[in-house]
Design a protein around this ligand. Structure first.
Ligand SMILES: NC(=O)c1ccc[n+]([C@@H]2O[C@H](COP(=O)([O-])OP(=O)(O)OC[C@H]3O[C@@H](n4cnc5c(N)ncnc54)[C@H](O)[C@@H]3O)[C@@H](O)[C@H]2O)c1
Length: 418
């Protein structure tokens, strides 16, 4: 008997598997990607937060990865951690969630606990997952347990990991919630219970919408503060001295990652399709954040123009192309639309990123520079897109002909800031 089988061994599923193994549980990982399964069984990690040595430790603790769904039938708990990308109509594409749920349904046994962790719109657990599981003939809350628990993992965060980040749990019934709380309680310090699965689903979307909207607020302010000659980063620093009622958010070249630019759309799509009216905050935030790369490209054009240069024919070096500092994850990085815009205007683009060997941003790609110092000195314009910790931005700015800091990390006077 396996304690838990985790379906989907990516950024969410693997750290969960690691915590469960560390807590002494017997853990099996199920994934449809054979290459990922083979590399994990060979102790190779493919996510930022886990090193090869972590996978080796998990393997020594009994963890195995498999593409064989028969292993699910012998598990006490099955957790779904598969992707929910945006579909063409703006809602979540639930194809992987449905496929994983059907896989569990074929192997469902009485007494099993099934938990959905993938981010989705409120109602998914009850309206999509439950009927698929019940097609097995077993009933949720009677024959098996069902719960939703959103994943809050913050890749690269050294302070908060799966153990000390409180886990929200909503059950299909009180008994389902009890089972899920007991399950997570074995390896998460704090478990927070909601009334039902919809409240847990909505809690995740509130968290991410809150970030999305507040980032949009400072991004919009960045545009007019620049025109008014006000340093917004200094403004935020001053406002942050208020010990209550204010949380700092920072402007940037756009919002990236798998969650913040995507999840709030699940909610606005859901509100529109179920209730027929828009969720205006999300739609406005989406519009502002999605046009930040355009704003940065326009500012780059202005900066070159100040020196009598055009974007066309100018050499532009992009520093940092991942969506967050100090990790390799490039998903939804605003560096991609920015590069596309500049390339479309005829710029001679190159990039540097200590975490990205090959940047497959679009057909033809952008060449990587290895010798950072000479590339900086030679470029007509250097744009700091992502401020990785290894970049000493003020020193790099001092070597550049023109330096555009989109992250507000430089202190010197001779830089252009967002
Ligand atoms: N990455 C994050 O920081 C983060 C944070 C919070 C929530 N989430 C949410 O968690 C979910 C998973 O995200 P992720 O970042 O771990 O994705 P990921 O792409 O890193 O990993 C998902 C894995 O699921 C596998 N998979 C796809 N279909 C499958 C199926 N039918 N059965 C079994 N495995 C299958 C894929 O092969 C892949 O290995 C998404 O809903 C996401 O929105 C992600």
């Amino acid at each position: 008997m396996t304690d838990v089988v985790i379906l989907g061994l990516g950024y969410v599923g693997l750290p969960l598997a690691q915590e469960a193994v560390r807590a002494g549980a017997s853990v099996c990982g199920y994934d449809v990607n054979e290459a990922i399964v083979a590399s994990l069984n060979a102790c190779r990690s493919h996510v930022d937060d886990l090193a090869d040595s972590d996978i080796a430790e998990m393997r020594a603790g009994g963890f195995t990865a498999t593409t064989d769904e028969a292993h699910i039938a012998s598990a006490a708990t099955a957790v779904i951690c598969v992707p929910t990308p945006l579909s063409e109509d703006g809602g979540p594409d639930l194809a992987a969630v449905k496929a994983a749920t059907r896989t569990i349904a074929r192997n469902l046994r009485p007494g099993m606990l099934v938990i959905l962790e993938s981010t989705t719109y409120p109602g998914t657990t009850d309206e999509v997952v439950r009927p698929l599981l019940e097609s097995s003939g077993l009933r949720a809350g009677v024959d098996f347990h069902l719960a939703f628990s959103p994943e809050r993992i913050d890749p690269g965060n050294e302070k908060f990991g799966p153990r000390n980040t409180p886990k929200v749990v909503g059950g299909h019934s009180a008994a389902c919630a009890d089972r899920a709380v007991e399950f997570y309680g074995r390896f998460v310090d704090t478990v927070v219970r909601t009334k039902g699965t919809r409240e847990a689903e909505m809690a995740k979307l509130l968290e991410n919408t809150y970030r999305h909207v507040n980032i949009a607020l400072v991004n919009e302010m960045a545009r007019f503060c620049n025109q008014l000659g006000i340093d917004l980063w200094d403004v935020i620093r001053a406002a942050s001295s208020k010990p209550f009622g204010f949380q700092a958010f920072y402007p940037g070249p756009g919002v990236g990652g798998h969650c913040i630019p995507i999840d709030p759309n699940y909610l606005s799509h859901n509100v529109r399709s179920k209730l027929g009216y828009p969720f205006r905050f999300v739609e406005l935030a989406q519009e502002i954040n999605a046009t930040m790369p355009e704003y940065v490209a326009r500012r780059a054009q202005d900066i070159l123009n100040d020196s009598g240069l055009a974007v066309s024919g100018s050499s532009i070096l992009l520093l940092g192309v991942t969506y967050k500092p100090d990790i390799a994850d490039q998903r939804e990085s605003p560096a991609v639309p920015l590069a596309r815009l500049l390339q479309g205007q005829g710029a001679k683009l190159s990039y540097h990123d200590p975490y990205v060997e090959h940047w497959n941003c679009f057909d033809g790609g952008v060449p990587r520079v290895d010798d950072l110092s000479s590339a900086i000195a030679e470029a007509d314009l250097v744009i700091l897109v992502q401020s990785h910790g290894v970049y000493d931005a003020d020193r790099l700015a001092g070597q550049a002909r023109r330096f555009f800091d989109t992250r507000g990390v430089t202190k010197g006077p001779d830089v252009y800031r967002l």
